[in-house]
Design a protein around this ligand. Structure first.
Ligand code: EPU
Length: 423
């Protein structure tokens, strides 16, 4: 990505007030391709107005689906006219989740030709487990120079044991297995909230998916799925980012429309740091007045501490008293934001998957670059708490996953704006 904009933040203002969380990115990018499995129109609500959603809407249209998309209101997909099975490089490389088109198209019509996905460069990110799952369901897989061709005369239920816990692999196999003949069991499945949300969506179309949210998911395939209207769950990672931003600015923020039980590992970590976090049914209040304590963070699959919040919380830890160790166990290259934080005065040493952060009194504004979505979120947090002005280059990464983030932060009192960069 080489953007033509920069984001400008003058830090130091405590965030105060109320903010509403948007619909989940990682659930939306699974639910949208899943509409292709239906034999009738589906309406999806609460989708975030973000680039990943726009990219998928374009892809559904290119496949021939009839799509009515009103950002912030609904997405109506009539998959019946969709004849296409090909998603080329230019479309697929716009986002990681384009790989869900393989599972959805295989389930729908037994054929998918999809370019290798794009998405954030945070490691090698193989998809061997997805492909293994499709093969076990009876698909033939061919790697045709950057394109995956998956074909099956008939998908047949099977037993799949994932070698690693994979969110994308679990979702992709769920999609295909819904339309397979017979019974599929996925062992060592991922348990993230968006897996449960996708299962609820599929079940609302008449699928039979049981056990989502545990590590064994059982799916009875259906030859036909009906239409539905479904609202996706709130974004777990946006909620966590806002919690961290509130703490970082010594603010007082009520985050509404979230699911506090999805946030337990994050809430526990912030409490350990000395942040005040109060939960109610669908809101979390974060208030921070005193000094922050250093803590250790180890990323894990759900319900452990999410890798997607490792980057934002490491920005917060740069000003905590003492030494914090951050261990990234999910992706091998998710520390690229650390160099940028060092430009802003942070003291950080990185060795492979471990980062050691020694807290400093405060950060100062500097020009920095977002290297991926959550790196961008980390720089947002850092910019909000730094003295002076921070310029974030390539803020377009942030647009992939955070809906109207500048408006939301401005409403909480942040001094943030965007400018075009002159060529
Ligand atoms: N892995 C394999 N083989 C596979 C699949 C995964 O070895 O076939 C490995 C990966 O290399 C990684 C680990 O397993 O080391 C976990 O990968 P996973 O498949 O769970 O991640 P993903 O599906 O590529 C999704 C989210 C990520 C999020 C991770 C972990 C989407 C579109 N992406 O990625 O979200 O970090 O799960 O929770 O849902 C983000 O939102 O910023 C983001 C990167």
């Amino acid at each position: 990505m080489s953007g033509n904009e920069k984001m400008l933040i003058t830090g130091g203002t405590p965030l105060e007030g109320e903010v509403r969380v948007s619909g989940g990115k990682n659930t939306s990018v699974a639910v949208i391709p899943a509409t292709l499995l239906s034999d009738e129109p589906c309406v999806i609500e609460n989708l975030p107005d973000i680039d990943d959603v726009h990219a998928l809407v374009d892809i559904l249209r290119s496949l021939g689906a009839e799509v009515d998309y009103v950002p912030g209101v609904h997405l109506r997909v009539d998959p019946r006219p969709a004849q296409g099975t090909y998603v080329g490089y230019q479309d697929a490389s716009r986002l990681r989740a384009s790989y869900y088109l393989i599972g959805a198209l295989l389930g729908r019509c037994g054929r998918a030709e999809v370019a290798f996905p794009g998405g954030c460069r945070i490691g090698t990110r193989p998809i061997d487990q997805h492909l293994k799952g499709f093969q076990l369901l009876g698909a033939r897989i061919e790697d045709k120079g950057g394109m995956i061709l998956a074909e099956a005369d008939q998908l047949t239920g099977t037993s799949i044991v994932f070698d690693v816990v994979t969110v994308g692999g679990t979702i992709n196999v769920m999609l295909a297995a819904c339309r397979a003949e017979g019974y599929t069991v996925i062992h060592n499945a991922a348990k993230e909230p968006h897996i449960v949300d996708l299962a609820n969506f599929l079940n609302s179309m008449g699928a039979q998916v049981r056990g989502a949210g545990t590590d064994v998911i059982r799916i009875t395939g259906r030859s036909r799925l009906h239409g539905t209207t479904y609202a996706v769950i709130p974004d777990q990672i946006e909620t966590g980012t806002l919690m961290i931003a509130a703490a970082a600015t010594h603010g007082n923020v009520v985050i509404r429309g979230c699911i506090p039980t999805h946030m337990e590992s994050v809430t526990a970590k912030l409490l350990e740091m000395g942040v005040r976090v109060v939960e109610s049914d669908d809101a979390i209040t974060v208030r921070q007045a005193g000094p922050l304590r250093a803590v250790n963070v180890k990323t894990q699959v759900y319900p452990g501490f999410p890798t997607d919040l490792q980057q934002p919380i490491s920005a917060l830890l740069t000003i905590a008293h003492g030494r914090s160790n951050i261990e990234e166990t999910i992706f091998e290259n998710r520390f690229r934001h650390m160099d940028e934080l060092v430009r802003m005065g942070a003291r950080i040493m990185v060795s492979n998957r471990l980062a050691i952060i020694d807290g400093v009194e405060g950060l100062y504004g500097a020009p920095v670059t977002a290297t991926d979505l959550r790196a961008g979120a980390a720089l947002l947090v850092a910019g909000l708490m730094a003295r002076g002005e921070t310029e974030i280059y390539e803020p377009e990464y942030i647009d992939r996953g955070y809906e109207h983030i500048e408006d939301k932060l401005r409403a909480l009192g942040a001094n943030i704006r965007r400018e075009k960069i002159r060529p």
